[in-house]
Ligand binder design. Structure first.
Ligand code: 2M8
Length: 420
């Protein structure tokens, strides 16, 4: 049921968003939400940087620097940086980052997350003109991209593979059902909060098993290449990486660096996404099974972030996005899975609900391609969600009711950007 909330005007909504971000600041970083996510998450932080770029640039800079304190000497930016003592599962005792020679002093997870940070830095620069900050952080992001190109190109074609569903940021997306089903059944009985909205126990146990296998192999790239049973080329992860490569190319002169490698990397990713992930729309590719995972999710629109995406792919993908398979059927943008898929579930996390962050990314994509009507629809639809239901983690795409936790940082941060 839609929750009743007094009508809020733009100014009040902006103040509420700032208050959420202030409350979620721990002194060292912004947590995604109090209670459920008490540490710093990688792409959540990048969205916070984007949202605060205009409104609170000092805090945005601190947020990015704080996250980068967790970067490994390999260049890997971990998906969680543990700054506080608060318990979370899987926490530091599962990841054991401190036992790895490449890990920093601050405790982190051993997985990575969508590399949105190049785009976030570019965004910050657009709104602050702070060249010194670009110079300070540029090399760290070059190292992040080099890590992806060297340790994660498991398919050998120029794309980065995710080696765990958590790396996608879209944890229980139906896109991971097939590769997960190929793993052995694991029964640890680990419990996680609100599992009914997330994964069934058996899947969560597989997630933990997969993470521990990687850990026990010393987080080794050779193990990932030769043995790790989960390796997927995801269009959202790679679309974000491509957008960050383009951002880095534009920032390079400010850091007195050569933009060419970034431009070339972007071109490689673009070509590989078209050759390997496209079949009427973009799908994820299961490298272990050697085939596309034919379920259409919001992740399939990630490549639209590329301004140079050929128009035939752009037009076909936008048609699907606007059709009754996605936005055309729901009252609110954008369901995380196409609604006609058997796996679609409007109540379950990344299997149906709408998310402010993916809406923002698609709005960015629409703006990059000057699709003004779509840009406006995504802006208005997303603002309607948060106005009516508050800064929830995700939303029912049909009636707009809020799901997951409240006071969610990226919902608040990106609202600030949408209001600007
Ligand atoms: C969710 O992921 C975590 C695991 O990392 C979880 O399910 O507990 C995802 O929505 C992910 O995208 C997000 O970064 C994280 C924190 O908001 O929560």
């Amino acid at each position: 049921m839609m929750e009743a909330r007094p009508a809020v005007d733009d100014a009040a909504l902006g103040r509420e968003a700032m208050a959420v971000l202030e409350a979620n600041w721990t002194g060292t970083g912004t947590v995604p939400a109090p209670g459920l996510y008490p540490h710093q998450w990688s792409w959540d932080s990048a969205f916070v940087v984007i949202g605060l770029a205009r409104h609170w640039p000092d805090r945005a800079r601190d947020e990015l620097l704080s996250l980068l304190r967790g970067q490994w000497a390999t260049g890997m930016v971990p998906h969680i940086v543990f700054h506080t003592r608060e318990a979370y599962f899987p926490g530091p005792s599962v990841w054991r980052s401190q036992e790895h020679e490449a890990a920093p002093h601050v405790l982190t997870s051993g997985l990575t997350a969508p590399p949105l940070h190049g785009l976030a830095l570019w965004w910050l620069y657009q709104h602050t003109g702070d060249e010194a900050f670009v110079r300070n952080t540029y090399q760290a992001l070059v190292a992040q991209h080099d890590y992806l190109a060297s340790a994660r190109d498991l398919g050998g074609a120029g794309l980065a593979a995710i080696v765990h569903p958590w790396e996608s940021g879209m944890d229980d997306s139906p896109a991971w059902d097939e590769p997960l089903a190929a793993l052995p059944v694991i029964r640890y009985g680990y419990r996680h909060v609100e599992l009914d909205e997330r994964h069934p126990d058996s899947d969560h146990d597989r997630y933990v098993w997969l993470a521990m296998r990687y850990r026990d192999a010393g987080y080794s790239p050779g193990y990932l290449r030769d043995e790790h049973p989960f390796a997927v080329e995801d269009p959202m992860f790679n679309g974000i990486w491509l957008a960050s490569c383009e951002a880095m190319a534009e920032l390079a002169p400010l850091a007195r660096a050569d933009p060419t490698p970034h431009v070339e990397q972007a071109a490689r990713i673009r070509q590989a996404m078209i050759e390997r992930l496209w079949d009427g729309c973009f799908y994820a590719r299961d490298l272990r099974a050697g085939r596309l995972i034919r379920v259409s999710t919001v992740g399939g629109f990630g490549p639209l972030l590329d301004p140079l995406l050929p128009s035939e792919h752009l037009q076909a993908a936008v048609e699907i996005l606007e059709s009754a398979r996605f936005m055309g059927a729901t009252g609110y943008p954008v369901p995380s899975c196409e609604i006609r898929a058997a796996q679609f579930d409007r109540t379950r996390y990344w299997r149906g609900p709408s998310w402010v962050n993916t809406n923002w990314l698609l709005r960015r994509a629409a703006a990059v391609h000057s699709l003004d009507h779509l840009t406006q629809q995504l802006t208005n639809g997303t603002l309607r969600l948060v106005r009516q239901a508050g800064f929830r983690e995700c939303f029912d795409p049909f009636d707009g009711s809020g799901r997951g936790c409240r006071d969610f940082s990226w919902s608040a941060a990106l609202t600030l950007d949408l209001l600007a």
